[in-house]
Design a protein around this ligand. Sequence first.
Ligand code: AHR
Length: 484
Amino acid sequence: MARSRFRHARKTLLIIAAAIVGAGGSVLGSGLVGAGAAHAATTGPCDILASAGTPCVAAHSTTRALFGSYNGSLYQVRRASDGATTNIGLLAAGGYANAAAQDSFCANTTCVVTVLYDQTSRHNDLTVEGPGGAGGQDNPVPADALPVTAGGHTVYGLSFSGVMGYRDNSTSGVARGGQAEGMYMVTSGTHVNNRCCFDYGNAETNNLDNGNGHMDALNFGTECWFSPCDGSGPWVQADLENGLFQSNVGHSTNTSNTGNRSSYVTAMLKNNGQNFFALKDGNVQSGGLSTRYSGALPTSPSGYSPMHLEGAIVLGTGGDNSNGSIGSFFEGVMTAGLPSDAAESSVQSNITAVGYGGPSPVASGTLNPGSTISLRATTSGFNPSCVSFESRNYPGDFLRHSNFQLFRQPMDGSALFRADATFCPEAGKSGQGTSFRSFNFSTRYLRHFNNTLYIASNGGSNAFDSATSWAADVSWAVSAPWAP
Ligand code: AHR
């Protein structure tokens, strides 16, 4: 019996075991790792775009200033302990986010991001998205879920699980009707899924699907709306409403576009609002942009040429608040007018110079934020902070307990899910390895029992609370992942 339980536990955990962990139940991204030169940009992307005659009308980032002279707030966080909020600004004008201010404000509690400030004078700030035609009220993103390095400083990106999004339905200067615009975002190719729709860009002002051509947003993920798509993605796509377009006919017409799985990805879209759009992507850490499509807007079905833009800005969901997608966001801008190819290349150089990378290389198989692991019953390893386990093959799904049994489920952003999906490592109860205490049931530990995972107490009314073999069953070894 013990051998069979042991083998099953290994198998189960191969499926669910995985990336990440963060204190207080926060969910770290999918092991973003990479190195880059730590040069601060002296000119921001919006300075480049303004010089080219296509000024930013929206500029959002949790990591850095997007104008060389910007010295205001980047975002607002709210902490759980008392509901207080504070604005997180920069270390210096034109520089990088003051993450230490967030760490200090959020010490011994958890924080979420409640506002993403627009760095342009237009104040197109993004707040947590409300209900829409395809999704209910969204949740804010945990503030410490995605620590990365930018310009040699540790800063935080935004790691979206499902049911998370931001929006501004009352903007200034953003393209409307058939006006031209461009946009980019810095995202990640390692934290994606095939659900609708991880978007950043122009959307409806009423959170509803108002028909073809009412959106012009960057989409990044593995959702192939119009097959065939080439490779497995994730692809940079244009969400023009009722479709994620890789070309004017919807599906990919570029067989070399198999997706971009870089740790950090620049995704770009421009649209003249009449009869032309283009999609590009690049590796944030080096090199230039690849043009994935450049040509006509769709003409069949109708509605896209010309466009019918409404001018809202969405981040993390579809135009109608379809909110099943996951993704990462570090910075993004929208312009008035169609940026030139030269300006876009200069922006990519500016982004590359930031040196986005992991905060520090984390060894695979260690119980640390950003690490990818597997668990097998028994051996050594100890870490005092609380952790969450994200599925390797179902990104955005986490190990959580419900009625004391463990399940892999999509993160829904709720406080209950976060608590159910948080486990606090302690020295192994058997004298070896690590035991994982349930965050919200503090006498219960992650246990394998009769081929099933539970949170179990040492003795109790449930069969899985049996004191027999309890210490051994709740002791786990942290080891290298079975799936790379
Ligand atoms: O175009 C894809 C999605 O379709 C949009 O984002 C959403 O509004 C609709 O459901």
